[in-house]
Design a protein around this ligand. Structure first.
Ligand SMILES: [Zn+2]
Length: 417
């Protein structure tokens, strides 16, 4: 007896029946094969493309509440003038409301996991746990001590976390941390057995700070000197990674979280995807926060990554679709500590999305998976499941109206002078 059978779904160009048992895929067979099998629920997927969902490897979820503030400003001015003063007003309740809004937006675009770096982390854990998504929540470190960083309270929750939630050590960036702090948190990551997550080589201003303040030509060489480049470290951005930096990132076993729309909006730079891939770097994709993107759709982010890689290299084959698809699914799931997720095979974690093929972008020819990322939008995503649980069905997430109302109230407390 299976819990769920997806009947006659289109998976990588062939029609299949897929059975789910508990939190795992139990069987993937040719369509019609599981027609007689016993099951609690059967979904007719004749009109659906079946895919692994997205895994967002760099974000600040509750920044949904700060979306659309001074959109044409440079990063450092924007942070100091518009964002940090407002973030000083955050409370656990506003972060909870903003995170739920971000998770809802993610689910609508077929995303079931996020790698967060933000304040009031226990509120983020609560939101992710209640809504059933996967998450890795960063214990955040900056020189400027903030009452909103609840690292001790977050760490105290570690043993009680569900298997879908993990923690990381997340020093913000080299320009907000001293070398002593970076060395201390790198040692802490090792002793606690936690991965690291940091912004790295995002802008030319950061490269200048690495040179003037710390005496290193490269932000990544400096972070490595401080012990931050460890196996599994997620380095967000890396727009200004040199070829030597890329070789170092690959050698250390770090992941890059490429955030193309944030990089384009803030004119930060172009991540050298083709060079990074050639160097053996493990590349994934993140949206960054909604205030610097400004959307959290991983469909749009994946397409932007492809366009950025092709334009940046001056070659349309600089990033092939199969590599892009892998970067946003199984590679990203592995980066977030879920190596058994991101693939639809027997025994893998039952994370999946169903995409409505009865929409204009799928009526013509071509590879449906490529058409999903290059031509579709969130309106095509019908159903989303994580660890065997259906989190969205028929475009509806339970409690949507409450999530929107609470977010409006929370946002108003930050936007008013
Ligand atoms: Zn960021």
């Amino acid at each position: 007896m299976f819990d769920l059978i997806l009947s006659n779904a289109l998976l990588k160009g062939r029609r299949v029946d897929v059975a789910v048992q508990g939190s795992r895929f139990a069987a993937v067979e040719p369509a019609g094969t599981l027609a007689q099998a016993g099951t609690r629920e059967r979904l007719d997927c004749s009109h659906f493309l079946l895919r692994p969902p997205f895994y967002n490897t760099h974000t600040h979820q509750a920044m949904t509440l700060l979306r659309g503030i001074d959109d044409d400003c440079a990063l450092m001015d924007w942070l100091t003038r518009e964002i940090w003063p407002r973030e000083a007003r955050l409370t656990p309740n506003t972060v909870y409301a903003g995170t739920r809004l971000a998770i809802l937006e993610g689910l609508k675009s077929g995303c079931v996991a996020f790698n967060d770096m933000y304040f009031h982390q226990p509120a983020v854990i609560r939101a992710a746990t209640e809504m059933g998504v996967r998450a890795r929540i960063g214990l955040m470190y900056m020189d400027q001590v903030s009452d909103h960083i609840e690292n001790d309270a977050t760490l105290a929750l570690r043993d009680a976390l569900p298997p879908t939630i993990g923690l990381s050590i997340a020093p913000h960036a080299l320009y907000t941390t001293s070398p002593e702090l970076l060395r201390r948190v790198a040692a802490q990551a090792e002793s606690l057995g936690l991965p690291l997550h940091i912004h790295a080589a995002e802008t030319t201003a950061e490269t200048a700070i690495a040179k003037e303040r710390f005496g290193f030509d490269s932000p990544l060489a400096y972070l490595d000197f401080c012990g931050i480049l460890r196996p599994g470290t997620i380095l967000a951005h890396c727009c200004h990674a040199t070829e030597a930096d890329l070789a170092l990132i690959a050698e250390r076993g770090c992941f890059v979280a490429h955030c193309p729309q944030s990089n384009q909006k803030l004119a930060s730079g172009v991540f050298p995807w083709a060079k990074a891939a050639a160097a053996g770097v493990r590349i994934t994709i993140g949206t960054d926060g909604a205030a610097s993107n400004n959307g959290l759709s991983m469909i749009a982010e994946a397409k932007a990554a492809a366009l950025s890689a092709k334009l940046g290299a001056g070659a349309p084959d600089a990033l092939r679709f199969a590599d892009l698809d892998r970067a946003v699914t199984e590679e990203a799931a592995a980066a977030l500590g879920f190596p058994n997720a991101g693939r639809i095979v027997p025994g893998a974690d039952a994370d999946f999305i169903l995409v409505d093929l009865e929409t204009p972008v799928f009526a013509g020819g071509g590879d449906p998976d490529a058409n999903f990322i290059y031509a579709a939008d969130s309106s095509c995503v019908d159903t989303v499941a994580c660890a065997g649980r259906l989190l969205m069905r028929g475009h509806q997430v339970p409690g949507e109206a409450d999530i929107l109302a609470a977010a409006r109230t929370a946002s108003a407390t930050l936007l008013t002078p």
